[in-house]
Design a protein around this ligand. Structure first.
Ligand code: ADP
Length: 286
């Protein structure tokens, strides 16, 4: 078990999902440079959901994460967090990307500690705690993912897979309301990636974080997620919102079972067979 004190998370208005997209569209640029990235999209994510976004490259998956993280504003529509318009209250977000973005001059422990130094409500008590409870908190997380013996190492002394483990710890250490993962295992070899799936699943089962995962790996989506949203080519929209029925904890053997491979094949066909936006409107291939 990971020892961590209960931290108040966002109070969800009764009956409200944790995240709600109400006809949200998004565009980049203006005039000739205008790119319509997302068609009006409706999406609900409940607290504790693990939702994977899959679809062809450029269909707007990362745009959805940027909107949720308030890194860009919708062109139209509304986003609600815990029943209130996004922006009304601070949202504690944890993020992990394909590149681990660990700071090379800091040890693994110091890297994982970083959000506690920066993010409310931790930062107020960081100084008082840094050699006490916060260190325990960080070390418990490192222990959980098998990195405790590398706490005093620097990122460049670790393999890519170990760096991504540390990266996941850093994304989770401040108990985020929401964990946003954008191809976090995309740069790893297949074996390491599958090991990381198991680590991610353990962390999720322990903490029941609300996760939005962007991935192009359909097996990864089917292994990790509780729901998979399949998106159309740009401008993206959600074509299908699937519940993943497999019991947890899931093991690698599952990925060879007929139900699993059938789901992955079905998702693949859905993505490959959906014409691009222009072709769908009768304009040929983009
Ligand atoms: P995905 O994550 O599905 O690959 P993105 O959400 O990154 O797709 O991008 C959706 C579309 O918006 C793509 O066509 C991409 O080229 C375009 N896009 C993304 N970011 C920008 C940007 N900063 N400026 C202009 N166009 C962008």
């Amino acid at each position: 078990m990971i020892a961590h004190a209960a931290i108040p998370t966002a109070a969800v208005l009764e009956g409200a999902p944790l995240i709600e997209f109400d006809a949200v569209s998004a565009t980049y640029g203006t005039g000739k440079a205008r790119t319509e990235a997302l068609q009006p999209t409706t999406l609900k994510v409940e607290k504790g959901d693990f939702v994977a976004l899959v679809g062809p490259s450029g269909c707007g998956k990362s745009t959805i994460l940027k909107l949720v993280a308030e890194l860009m504003k919708p062109t139209s529509g509304h986003i609600f967090f815990a029943g209130r318009e996004l922006g009304a209250n601070p949202v504690r977000v944890g993020m992990a990307f394909q590149a681990s973005t660990l700071l090379p001059w800091k040890t693994i422990r110091a890297n994982v500690m970083l959000p506690l130094k920066i993010v409310r409500p931790f930062r107020e008590s960081y100084r008082a705690n840094k050699n006490g409870a916060y260190r325990e908190r960080v070390d418990a997380l490192l222990e959980h993912v098998g990195l405790i013996d590398f706490a005093d190492s620097y990122p460049w002394q670790l393999s890519g897979g170990m760096q991504q483990r540390a990266n996941l710890c850093r994304a989770l250490v401040h108990d985020p309301d929401l964990l946003l993962l954008d191809e976090p295992f995309g740069a790893l070899d297949q074996f390491t990636r599958e090991e990381l799936w198991s680590t991610m699943q353990d962390l999720w089962m322990e903490r029941r974080s609300t996760v939005l995962l962007v991935t192009h790996d359909l097996r990864e989506a089917a292994y990790l997620a509780s729901r998979i949203c399949v998106m159309s080519p740009r401008p993206g929209r959600i074509l299908e919102d699937r519940t993943v029925p497999f019991a947890r904890p899931r093991h690698l053997g599952l990925t060879f079972e007929p139900d699993f491979t059938a789901l992955v094949q079905d998702l693949r066909e859905k993505i490959v067979r959906t014409p691009t936006g222009k072709a769908a409107r009768g304009g040929g291939h983009e």
